[in-house]
Ligand binder design. Structure first.
Ligand code: FES
Length: 150
């Protein structure tokens, strides 16, 4: 093997090592970046005026919010009970169908596979593996706001 060929192979090998080393370095920096940079932010969107919040019982509502400039909509339930005020997602934790509220039974019922949830959103029967998502809320100046990760 002549010298120029050996030099070429040596430089090519260094180039490959530098390429992979740089990639490893970049992925390492990303891995140790603060978690807040990678996590989605919680943003609050208006859901209802305080007057529209039931004093007792359940009210179906639609949350309109934006993610990256795109409008999104989500069906939710405003629940007022002895435990206080809660906003529950209407999306079933089994396969994502929208649940309905059965006033007579005081339960949320999924029309797809019969999953049932109590007033607190806890899964009590059927295939749902988890409760209905409970959304963070706050009341500011008479308006109910709901938190969504965007
Ligand atoms: Fe609700 Fe299956 S999607 S029970």
């Amino acid at each position: 093997m002549d010298t120029s060929r050996r030099e070429f192979i040596k430089k090519a090998l260094y180039g490959v090592l530098a390429f992979f080393g740089l990639g490893f370095l970049i992925s390492g920096v990303k891995m140790f970046a603060p978690a807040a940079d990678r996590a989605k932010e919680l943003a609050f969107f208006p859901l209802a005026h305080e007057d529209e919040v039931p004093r007792a019982g359940v009210r179906k509502s639609e949350l309109v919010y934006t993610v990256s400039g795109k409008e999104r909509r989500a069906r939710v339930f405003i629940v007022s009970s002895r435990e206080g005020l809660a906003v529950l997602s209407a999306t079933c934790s089994h396969l994502g169908c929208l649940v309905n509220y059965n006033r007579e039974k005081g339960e949320f019922v999924c029309p797809c596979h019969g999953g049932r949830y109590d007033l607190g959103g806890n899964n009590i029967a059927g295939p749902p593996p988890a409760p209905l998502a409970r959304l963070p809320l706050k009341i500011v100046d008479g308006m109910l706001y709901v938190g969504v990760k965007v």
